[in-house]
Design a protein around this ligand. Sequence first.
Ligand code: C2E
Ligand code: MG
Ligand code: MG
Length: 728
Amino acid sequence: MVRFRSYSHSHATRTEPGRRGVLGVTREVDARRTRFTKRWARGIVDRAFVPMSSDELVGYLTDLSDRIVALHTAAKFDPDQAREIGAALVAADVTDSGALGLTLTLLTADPLTATAGTPKRRREIRAALADGFAAALRERTLAEQESIRLALVDARRQAEQALSVSQARFQAVFSEAAIGIALIDDQQHIADANQALGDLLGRAPDGLAGHGLDEYAHPQDAEAVRSAVAGLFAGAPTPVQLERRFTGRDGALVWGRMTLTTIEAPAGHQYAVAMIEDSTERRLLEARLEYQAWHDPLTGLANRELLLKRLDETLAGKTGAVGLCYLDLDGFKAVNDSYGHETGDGVLVAVAQRLDLALRRTGCLVARTGGDEFVILIDDPDGEPVQCGERALAALHDPLRVGGHELSVSACVGVVDRVVDRFTAAELMQAADTTLYWAKSEGAGRLAVFDPDRHAREVARYSLAAAMPAAVEHGEFVVEYQPLVGLADDRLRGVEALVRWRHPELGWLPPDKFINLAEETGAIVPLGRWVLRSACEQAQRWQDIAADDFFVSVNLAVRQAHEKHLTDEVSEVLSSTGLPADRLVLELTESAIMGPAAEPLRALHALTDMGVRLAIDDFGTGYSNLAYLRRLPVHALKIAGSFVSGMADATDNGVGGPDPVDERIVETLVELAHALDLTVIAEGVETVGQASRLREFGCDVGQGWHFARPSAPDAITARLLAERNNHH
Ligand code: C2E
Ligand code: MG
Ligand code: MG
């Protein structure tokens, strides 16, 4: 069974110059964008010095906001455009990573972007924007480092001519640089360090002199720093770049992005210059982005992407067993509708905590995959998926306390257990989803376990249903006709049209294999239309050789009876085939007519007004409401075969003998029908005995194997011709 789920998106509309403000939506987006831009500018000014007037900044950001809106709604996502926006911030000297953090927070929370595009698109935009920002910042830092290096080289070159001047210039660059700089002598000791490096390492710059740079590195990174510096003096190609951890103020961890180069000093001395930029915030940001990419922002649980990744890994590892529990809250929409979305979110968070707590010890992964859906992945060979599912349901047993409310929630779970070998990740998810659907169909708070046989049956049914509309067009269906015989004179009174499916792979399919299915999917409408047309065409061909009252009886499904254009369609078929209306009988079951809707009743009256006659099929198996029948424009009753089969007498089958109750029922039905002025047709007449009893009861017409099986139209033609000859 396939269920469709939708996220609610509100699509922001890109403002086109000529239509600005014309559409309500556009105006709305304009207003939102203006608010967004203002918030953005204010946030940036709070965090960083920007060499622009605030009007200039707003103007600058307005352009970027437009581009952001376009990114959310574009059919195809171009990450480079998002990166350019990140780079544009750096270009405007917005280099503080706090400003980037603010930008990302705004994108997640502001009404302009919070719900624009798909969740995946929003994530991609944030990631690419941060990436572009980081890349631009790195480039800028490199450029800065390069200019420092050039200044150093320059200073050295000028040393011979005017040592004091260049020294002063070097000192200026060295001490004022925002970047940490250490001058390292060929003993690999720091000869000089600037204030920025002191700040980075949380020490006075003077105190660093005489120590190795590696002494300030994180213990695990010390060796890497030592060998990088040593490599420089051993003639490694420069510059060398690496990013390592250092110990900063109060032992705090600091990430440093280092560029190492060498300079020749007078008198053949060689120095190394280490330029170290504090990259801690960027690192943290990257970690946060990484976390955001794999986690659900609301509940902090793993998101769908992480679940699928872990599932793929598990399946690739073939641990031999894997299980999935697909959990969906019952009636969650009602919580949202009656308590508001904030409470709804609170419920989701509380549910997530309960599930996490209940299942953490089992080592499985709990993910929120969207809306009120949670998936538990059990990838431990000793894990018990069914137990996990039960534990999850039990965890929701006590009411949740959310926003001052005490709320009871329940959920259904579909469990798929140990079927690794047969499924891909996508199929496994689909199977779990199907199983959840089974659980849901049994009511609230249910757990269902995946059953491969049931699934295979449903898939077969589903593919049969899916093939049906095309099969109608390809002419795979055929109509057989079964004689309806007058009991008084054995004369052919009419035929019932019965459809069969000549399936290209499955062979000859009787209607009980596909009619109910066609009813469920709606394919019965085109199929029924086709049967009606075929039967009427055929009956029209029989007109010349048959008696004036010879009719064709066509089954009408419940769904067809509720079709709006039923009357028009029948009338069109009659006129295009040339069959007089009184030659057509439509068979309906009681449930098709006795439902609450008025529509079928109106249609039935319109049909009988046209001259078409109606028969109630399988009478006795439904409501059997005779009083109601009186008010219907029905002309015949077909007594269900189940009553007739109970009438078999001893000479016929030798077992059991007749069932007196069934006989009484049939006799009474015949009497009542006649009292209502209805023709009575008995179905499923298989024996001589049944036929003669029915004759005794005064039943008008019989249908069944005793008279004839359903057959191709030729057999009916032959019988009609024979009867005509006898008659003459
Ligand atoms: P139904 O309308 O009650 O059709 C009579 C069924 O009884 C037919 O089964 C027929 O072959 C069977 N039958 C006839 N004589 C005997 C007998 O002596 N003994 C027994 N045991 N059965 C007998 P069939 O053709 O398999 O059709 C089954 C049902 O499928 C029909 O029941 C009808 O409800 C539905 N159906 C068939 N064709 C169509 C169609 O074109 N449209 C719709 N909506 N339903 C159809
Ligand atoms: Mg029928
Ligand atoms: Mg019937």
